[in-house]
Design a protein around this ligand. Structure first.
Ligand SMILES: [Zn+2]
Length: 85
């Protein structure tokens, strides 16, 4: 039995930092090969990490920015529900 997605999410930070141990790393990579959800999550996190590390005020391309915002909004709403008007 493999782990469920939420169990991976907490390890993705370490994975992106490169501090996760080898066994877990290959486990995650294997999971990413089969799970589009987690792949999107990693891409999003990786992008955020890169942006933070660069610390450049360069704006993101509009299309990418809109896509990312839409994705984050959707995830947020799935997790916490839609904001009340
Ligand atoms: Zn997953």
């Amino acid at each position: 039995m493999g782990k469920k997605c939420p169990e991976y999410v907490s390890e993705l930070n370490d994975y992106l930092d490169g501090t996760l141990d080898e066994g877990l790393c290959s486990e995650i990579e294997k999971h990413l090969g089969t799970c589009a959800n987690c792949r999107i999550m990693v891409d999003t996190m990786r992008m955020t990490v890169t942006l933070c590390r660069d610390g450049k005020p360069e704006p993101m391309p509009d299309a990418l920015s809109a896509r990312l915002n839409g994705l984050l909004k959707t995830r947020w709403e799935q997790k916490f529900g839609k904001p009340q008007p």
